[in-house]
Design a protein. Structure first.
Length: 143
């Protein structure tokens, strides 16, 4: 895996000196996906599998769907990290983390934090909205 990351980084830095973003040619993540899949195929060859099927034989729409899923998961993870930095150890973030991310019962979270169950629900609602907004900003920044 580290070799693939190294290949992708090398491709990025070699292309970055004369790189000019042209939205008509596609998005950065499309280019990154192509470079990553090609690097993986070069490194692993026929041994690289996706769902038991050699990656070279996986239809492009399936690779695209998998790539999009992973990309979205990374956006959410980045957004959560940003919210965590902004909110630190606030009761609202701790409630959101326990109730939404760890899937603990609202009454148990409320008892642990010394707040009402309604406070836990409010934290979920407010931080879910902020999470969506942060993901949207990251998505816009990624082009």
């Amino acid at each position: 895996m580290e070799d693939i990351v190294g290949d992708v980084m090398a491709a990025f830095f070699s292309a970055s000196s004369d790189f000019a973003y042209d939205p008509a040619r596609g998005r950065f993540r499309g280019w990154l996906k192509t470079v990553t899949v090609r690097a993986a195929l070069r490194r692993a060859g026929k041994n690289l599998r996706c769902g038991g099927v050699p990656l070279a034989d996986v239809p492009e729409p399936a690779v695209e769907a998998l790539w999009n899923d992973v990309w979205e998961q990374e956006l959410v993870a980045r957004a959560l990290a940003i919210l965590g930095q902004e909110l630190g150890q606030s009761v609202a973030f701790r409630a959101f983390e326990a109730y939404v991310l760890r899937e603990r019962a609202a009454d148990a979270v409320a008892a642990d934090l010394g707040v009402s169950v309604e406070t836990v629900y409010q934290a979920k609602t407010r931080l879910t909205r902020r999470l969506r907004e942060t993901v949207a900003k990251l998505r816009a920044a990624d082009g």
